[in-house]
Design a protein around this ligand. Structure first.
Ligand code: COA
Length: 177
């Protein structure tokens, strides 16, 4: 049988599919996070405080064994308000601009505690446009992070969910006045 007619194995069939977005252990995404965000520095420079906490959510876009994009959300207050910090946002250079970063952040919203409506991040100046496309806004002047260069803080506030009104529920009984 010629190579081109060889039946697909589980692995190469998997690789051909659209990348899957999955919640994963930090060890799965660390190599990509390091390669894209801390290249040339020790691997430990890509480990963040809180990576191992049960409340921390790591996401990967994977095609077979390959991790193509990653993101991490840590429960971390912003100005005293409950919030999630987005860290370690990275897409492999070969597939940047193909929508994986957007898919990761949209997928994340299904996993985060919906009662926490604020997200924040320290955005590299070169990535501000990406976050802005996804509804984030700039919330600080430029500041420097020694291992990663100039940044600005960005935030995204989810639209408040309407509180159900007792007398507007379908078939509801109006409360006594
Ligand atoms: C920034 C980064 C995470 C974006 O991820 P991505 O998978 O390439 O982004 P997507 O393809 O999902 O892009 C979503 C949208 O943002 C736009 N966009 C992506 N990167 C952008 C950038 N750096 N500047 C401006 N716009 C950008 C895309 O054109 C797309 O626009 P559209 O709405 O018109 O389609 C990725 O380019 C990356 O890893 N860069 C290097 C590391 C980095 O800077 N990480 C962020 C650290 S704060």
């Amino acid at each position: 049988m010629s190579a081109s007619r060889r039946p697909a194995t589980a692995k190469n069939a998997d690789d051909a599919r659209e990348p899957l977005i999955q919640q994963v252990a930090v060890g799965i995404i660390l190599p990509l996070r390091h390669a894209v965000l801390r290249a040339g520095l020790p691997l430990e420079s890509a480990c963040f405080p809180g990576d191992q906490l049960a409340s921390t959510i790591h996401l990967a876009a994977r095609a077979g064994d390959q991790v193509l994009a990653c993101a991490t959300y840590l429960a971390s207050p912003y100005d005293g308000e409950p919030a999630y910090q987005l860290r370690g946002m990275a897409t492999a250079p070969a597939v940047q601009g193909t929508g994986l970063g957007r898919r990761l952040l949209i997928h994340a919203e299904g996993l985060l505690d919906a009662a926490i409506g604020l997200r924040w991040c320290n955005a590299r100046l070169t990535a501000i446009g990406f976050y802005a496309r996804l509804g984030w806004t700039v919330a600080s002047d430029v500041f420097d992070i020694p291992t990663a260069g100039p940044h600005r803080r960005m935030i995204r506030r989810l639209a408040a969910q309407p509180t159900p009104q007792p007398d507007s529920a379908p078939g509801g009984i109006a409360p006594p006045r």
